[in-house]
Design a protein around this ligand. Structure first.
Ligand code: UD1
Ligand code: CA
Length: 433
């Protein structure tokens, strides 16, 4: 079935108390508006997003992902409100599904629930514990939806109703064309409410079908508190999918995984792990409290408490605690403790001793450290980049490497150790004698 979709995102999002437009707030790595457009595209080839507040910024951000979306600017001065939002939409198909831009949890399958109904208007409601902020669904004595009353316009009796309007509607476009202009702004907010179309339809004996849907999926994000709740739902969804695919998670509630992350094979994530951006975890064990961002980890174990920063590729390696890796390529490497490896390439069989640091930055530019196969890097080594260490090298503990080291050699720049007998007693005096 072909339907058009309109996504309303012109509101000021005042309740978010933020400079950033509401629909650009992120949940698990992507903007709320991204999710709803992505899901809409699965069922429609005609998507219009209605904007006003900071429209340039919103279009710029969405252009990073989509190139086939129509954007229109609402005439908010003359027609504020959700009823004003859809005035200028020009649907290609006979049915228009209207969505709120602040519903990041809605999936294509939920949108399709509406298209299964035959009515001029299909609206949706759910029953919730805390209905404040939502429009209340008023039923008539025949148990049909009579009208929707907004929170701000509701009487104290109406406010007690826990059945609320979810904010998703499927309209026959012909009904819309005939009735949109009949909406008035005779309410507390002096806004044009899309919800008034229900009352208008009833007055004309036009069928309004109400479907019951799931609060978890249809929740609207109006505040940063809602944002956090929506994120928890999204996280549960993401983690459930991976666990069903064979990933083990220890205390999953403490793990955070962004939407673009991929995890495959028999991977294990321990508690407190954050996987961010375009991270791929393949057959690996990520131990407690690690952060991996925009990196690939394959056949390796990481942590506990290690940080893998963007553009790292770690294969067949063991990375221990308090190791930070950035923009580095490690293949078959052991770095067990307390190291910083940045802008480096390290090859098979190499052991990075505790406290090793790549000095990759001279205050102006970043330089590379290249370490070959089977290198033993002693503890507390500094590698001053740009520098290259060839295969089969031993670097003595405490060495500052300032030039390239040829294959098969030992690098050591240690001062001979001096021992001065009884110095302690001379220095601190008689009380120790
Ligand atoms: C709306 C519904 C309410 C429903 C709730 C569900 C109306 C009048 N009320 O209330 O019945 O229970 O959603 O979440 O529709 N927008 C515009 N232009 C505007 C105003 C808003 O495009 O002039 C957009 C907003 O950006 C937002 C969406 O419409 O994405 C809903 O607006 P919002 O202010 O969040 O409406 P609610 O008060 O939540
Ligand atoms: Ca809302």
């Amino acid at each position: 079935m072909s339907i058009s979709i309109a996504i309303m995102a012109a509101g000021f999002g005042t309740r978010m108390k933020s400079k950033l437009p509401k629909v650009l707030h992120k949940i698990s790595g992507y903007e709320m508006l991204y999710y709803i457009i992505k899901e809409s595209k699965k069922i429609s080839d005609d998507i219009t997003v209605i904007l006003y507040h900071r429209s340039d910024l919103i279009i710029k951000e969405m252009n990073k992902y989509f190139d086939d979306i129509n954007y229109i600017i609402q005439d908010v001065k003359n027609f504020p409100g959700t009823g004003g939002a859809i005035r200028e939409v020009n649907p290609k198909h006979k049915k228009l599904l209207v969505l709120n831009g602040d519903m990041p949890l809605l999936e294509a399958k939920d949108m399709l629930l509406f298209t299964q109904e035959k009515a001029d208007i299909v609206m949706s409601s759910f029953t919730c514990k805390d209905p404040s902020g939502y429009g209340r669904v008023i039923m008539d004595d025949k148990n049909r939806v009579e009208k929707i009353v907004e929170d701000k316009d509701a009487t104290s009796e109406q406010k007690k109703i826990h059945d609320v309007n979810a904010g998703v509607y499927l309209f026959n476009v012909s009904f819309l064309k005939n009735n949109l202009k009949k909406i008035s702004n005779n309410n507390k907010q002096k806004e044009y409410y899309i919800t008034d179309l229900v009352k208008i339809a009833n007055e004309q004996n036009i069928t309004v079908k109400a479907i019951k849907i799931d609060e978890e999926v249809f929740m609207g994000v109006n505040s940063k508190y809602h944002l956090a709740i929506a994120e928890e739902f999204m996280q549960k969804r993401i983690k459930k999918r991976f666990m069903e695919d064979g990933v083990i998670m220890r205390l999953p509630a403490t793990i955070y995984i962004e939407s673009m992350v991929e995890i495959t094979g028999e991977s294990i994530l321990e508690s407190g792990v954050s996987l961010l951006g375009n991270t791929k975890i393949i057959d690996s064990h990520i131990k407690t409290n690690c952060v991996v961002e925009d990196s690939i980890v394959e056949n390796s174990d990481i942590g506990p408490v290690a940080r893998i920063r963007p553009n790292s590729i770690i294969k067949k390696s063991h990375i221990g605690n308090f190791v930070e890796i950035k923009k580095s390529n490690l293949n078959g490497v052991k770095a067990g403790h307390l190291s910083y490896l940045g802008d480096s390439e390290i090859d098979e069989g190499t052991n990075i001793g505790c406290g090793t640091i790549t000095c990759n930055y001279d205050g102006k530019a970043k330089y590379k450290t290249i370490i070959g196969k089977n290198v033993f890097v002693g503890s507390d080594t500094q590698l001053v980049a740009p520098v290259k260490v060839e295969d089969d090298v031993i670097i003595a503990s405490g060495t500052t490497v300032t030039k390239d080291i040829p294959k098969g050699s030992l690098a050591i720049n240690r001062e001979p150790l001096k021992i001065i007998n009884n110095f302690f007693y001379k220095f601190f005096g008689k009380k120790y004698e």
